[in-house]
Design a binder for this molecule. Structure first.
Ligand code: SF4
Length: 377
């Protein structure tokens, strides 16, 4: 079993982000009481299933008092069964990381950090409205490795406004020079309700050229594989044996429990999501009023989930899994996949269908085609 804990606090909003978080920390104490209660109320969902990973995401877990994270982790360790050597990750912003914070995290049992670097170019960081600069980013990773965190990931972003190929290459080189175990590199998504979206609509920004984004992706793949990283998911690269087990479980459709406002859970049959509103979340937990909504997955939902998760990874969709599905889905898949095999965007290897590099560039379109839409009555 996997456990995700959402920490919905950010010191300020980044211009591209649409995750649920608040910039006022006044409710933090009450929030941690509520999330602890949710963890206790839901322990039966993990009965007999030791936690293989725990992930504190956000928001910005490093922005809150580190004692809250340590106490919550102690509660989970006491109340849930833990697998041997579970992966315990905390997301952190470079400017929050201090030797004292790192010590507290290590003592609490955290063994993996995911650091939101995004870029090593100060102009880009300012445009994104990040709180740190490139120097702080490098220093934070060095402090983390010096403190004994040998499993560190950093996030990078490409497809940014005014980011040319040269600047992207510089960020990749800086990341490689830090010799960390994992790099997540995301192409910017333009979300409604973000500052970037507002600037785009007011002609203050323009979207980057598609051709440039393609060249940035190819450069990323070439540089990181040459540096010894394994490209195991569209946006994720790892040193051998450092694949993120928590996120990989999502892509393999394994069950997980998500606690905190806006967190999602999945048990193999039902998808459930908590209210994305912290005051309401706290009120409803305290009153034991339902704080989530849920839906039972149909066979079509399960097939479509399989496509959009498995196909993102280097393991792809296995023929055996397809064979065991209702023939309606396997027939649809076999018919539709032919065109993508013919144009080289999907390759068949080890009895699985796997996206090629070209296929990854067209992944949204390919997944959409392979998904099943039931005929209307
Ligand atoms: S990117 Fe991270 S730090 Fe920035 S607003 Fe979103 S959750 Fe907060």
């Amino acid at each position: 079993m996997r456990l995700y804990i959402h920490i919905p606090f950010c010191k300020r909003r980044c211009h591209y982000c649409d995750f649920y978080s608040c910039t006022a920390f006044t409710d933090a104490g009450e929030y941690f009481d509520a999330v602890r209660q949710e963890a206790l109320l839901r322990r039966s969902e993990a009965a007999g299933l030791p936690l293989g990973s725990i992930y504190f995401g956000g928001g910005t877990p490093s922005a809150v008092d580190s004692a809250h994270i340590a106490e919550l982790l102690a509660t989970v360790g006491r109340e849930y069964g833990l697998a041997d050597n579970p992966e315990i990750t905390v997301e952190a912003n470079p400017d929050d990381i201090t030797p004292q914070w790192l010590r507290t995290m290590r003592q609490a049992g955290v063994n993996r950090l995911s650091i939101g670097v995004q870029s090593f170019n100060d102009d880009e960081l300012q445009r994104l409205n990040r709180r740190h600069d490139a120097k702080q980013a490098r220093h934070s990773v060095k402090m983390a490795t010096d403190a004994g965190f040998d499993n560190c990931s950093i996030d990078l972003m490409y497809g940014l406004p005014h980011q040319d190929l040269h600047s992207w290459e510089y960020s990749i080189e800086q990341a490689i020079a830090l010799n960390i175990s994992h790099i997540s590199a995301y192409m910017l998504t333009w979300h409604p309700n973000t500052e970037f979206w507002r600037q785009l609509r007011n002609n203050m920004l323009s979207t980057p050229d598609d051709e440039l984004c393609i060249r940035q992706f190819r450069l990323l793949k070439r540089a990181l594989t040459a540096a010894g990283y394994l490209h195991y998911e569209i946006s994720n690269f790892a040193r051998p044996h450092r694949i993120a087990t928590h996120n990989t479980a999502y892509w393999r459709n394994e069950p997980y429990i998500g606690i905190g406002p806006s967190a999602h859970s999945y048990d193999g049959t039902t998808r459930r999501w908590n209210v994305a509103d912290m005051p309401r979340y706290i009120r409803q937990i305290n009153a034991r009023h339902k704080w989530w909504e849920s839906e039972t997955l149909t066979l079509t939902d399960k097939y479509n989930d399989l496509i959009i998760t498995s196909l993102r990874t280097m393991w792809g969709v296995s023929k055996l899994t397809l064979k065991n599905l209702n023939p309606r889905f396997s027939t649809h898949f076999s018919r539709t996949v032919e065109q993508f095999i013919a144009d080289g965007s999907i390759v068949v290897s080890n009895d699985s269908y796997i996206l090629s590099d070209n296929g990854m560039l067209l992944s949204d379109h390919i997944m959409e085609e392979l998904m099943f839409v039931p005929p209307e009555h």
